[in-house]
Design a binder for this molecule. Structure first.
Ligand SMILES: Nc1ncnc2c1ncn2[C@@H]1O[C@H](COP(=O)(O)OP(=O)(O)O)[C@@H](O)[C@H]1O
Ligand SMILES: Nc1ccn([C@@H]2O[C@H](COP(=O)(O)OP(=O)(O)O)[C@@H](O)[C@H]2O)c(=O)n1
Length: 419
């Protein structure tokens, strides 16, 4: 397994760079000689005076994750409004844990611009890698310059490599570092993140106190454990409550009530911490489910499918084709986590889901405003849900009335779980 904290080796010319503009990734690479045409990203920037990249290099993953979020806030706050900021990363194709994350900036056309000074200060303060990209006179060929900021003075070490086109990699760069950043394969892996972040987020120690000392036994329970999954407002709460009443079951949620005081706090943290929080929550719920299922059926509102599908769908961008391939280990059920007897995935037409959201009085205006972006996100989540392997997962159309849906799911449960 790749070391969790190893620093990627920097060989600029072997690396591919990805810049996210308007939800679409642009790829470029570096070479000794220019090509006839600049990569599309640069060709599209005729008015730009200069572009910059800032890449993070930290062996401490909690520090790197939080720094990335702080940097984004600082750049959005401090940069002149005409400066364009885009998420960026650099990686070695197909090499796990080789990703360096950061930002790409297009300086405004007006001179003098405060951008280089601001970037220099940030790069020095946080030991970031700062590069600039400049065009030749005809604006046809672009060159990358690496800025060395050692000893408090700027020296342009001027590697002078040319920016050239790169094909889109076979797998999205985020897929190279999902394990142990977005998706955790074991209880211990997720718990480790919380342990590492106690120094910067003291509340993590309260969460740790509520966790089992090790992954609870995942032996098959005597009574069925049924999980209901689906996007927000597909009817999970309504259905799980009806199932509880109809089956005389115990109803649990993930994350469990015992971790509720810290949920909002972790929701504001970067994905590494947020996903680790939800991952350990599943194990607390699993422990409760295993105990209850000795005596009675158990119904669970959201479980590992939610944790993994949302994490994977958020980490990549664009259409579902950017998701890790089917069969990838990110979709595999963790070996140390209780396997439900049945997972019911509620699916709903997007228009009906929006209507239900509005009727519930939590109209997601942000979601409606960014419909295009969210449509892709919704498709990615749904596809990631489908690709998760492990317990039997059955997609059920949730558009019939609440009672019809309950009857349909009860039939399914009785046929699958011998109830
Ligand atoms: N089968 C259904 N048909 C019509 N409306 C429903 C149905 N199930 C739930 N609703 C309504 O849709 C909204 C979202 O349901 P809810 O159970 O809270 O979803 P979730 O828990 O998945 O977010 C609620 O206002 C609920 O009353
Ligand atoms: N077991 C779980 C449950 C929720 N989650 C996260 O919590 C979010 C959904 O929470 P929510 O409060 O909107 O859920 P519902 O109200 O739809 O049940 C998802 O975006 C997931 O990121 C998770 O990761 N794992």
């Amino acid at each position: 397994m790749a070391a969790k904290h190893a620093l990627p080796v920097l060989r600029w010319s072997s690396r591919v760079f990805s810049v996210e503009l308007n939800g679409a990734p642009f790829y470029f690479a570096l070479a000794d000689r220019p090509e006839a045409e600049a990569p599309r990203l640069f060709g599209q920037l005729p008015r730009a005076r200069r572009c910059f990249s800032l890449l993070l290099r930290s062996a401490d993953r909690v520090h790197a994750a939080r720094l990335h979020a702080r940097l984004r806030d600082a750049l959005l706050r401090e940069l002149p409004p005409e400066c364009r900021l885009a998420p960026m990363c650099s990686f070695l194709p197909e090499v796990r844990d080789s990703v360096l994350r950061g930002f790409f900036l297009q300086d405004g056309p007006d001179s003098p611009s405060p951008t280089p000074r601001l970037l220099e200060a940030l790069a020095q303060q946080h030991a970031l890698l700062l590069c600039s990209y400049t065009p030749d006179r005809e604006n046809r060929h672009w060159t990358q310059h690496v800025w060395s900021l050692e000893g408090g003075t700027r020296v342009d070490v001027g590697t002078g490599l040319c920016v050239v086109c790169s094909e889109a990699p076979r797998c999205h760069p985020a897929a190279l570092s999902m394990i142990n950043s977005d998706v955790f394969r074991t209880f211990q892996d997720a718990r480790d993140v919380l342990t590492e972040c106690v120094a910067v987020l003291p509340e993590a120690s309260s969460v740790l106190e509520h966790l089992p000392s090790r992954a609870p036994s995942s032996a098959p329970p005597a009574f069925p454990v049924l999980v209901v999954e689906g996007l927000d407002a597909t009817g999970k709460t309504t259905l799980t409550e009806s199932l509880r009443d109809a089956l005389g079951a115990v109803l649990l949620r993930s994350p469990p009530q015992s971790l509720a005081p810290w949920r909002a706090l972790f929701d504001r943290e970067p994905p590494l911490l947020r996903r680790a929080f939800y991952a350990v929550g599943n194990y607390v719920t699993a422990e409760q489910a295993a105990q209850q299922a000795m005596k009675t059926p158990v119904v669970v509102d959201r479980f590992w499918h939610s944790t993994a599908a949302y994490a994977i769908a958020t980490a990549v961008s664009g259409p579902p084709s950017g998701l890790p391939d089917p069969g990838s280990e990110v979709y595999r059920w963790p070996a140390d986590l209780l396997r439900p007897s049945l997972v019911v995935l509620l699916t709903l037409d997007p228009e009906e889901r929006r209507r239900r959201l509005r009727d519930r009085g939590q109209g997601k205006t942000e979601e409606e405003r960014q419909l295009d972006h969210n449509q892709l996100f919704r498709l990615r989540v749904e596809e990631a849900y489908r690709r998760i392997s492990g317990p039997p997962c059955i997609a059920v159309d949730a558009s019939p009335s609440a009672d019809q849906l309950l009857q349909q799911v009860l039939l399914l449960v009785r046929s699958r779980c011998c109830l």
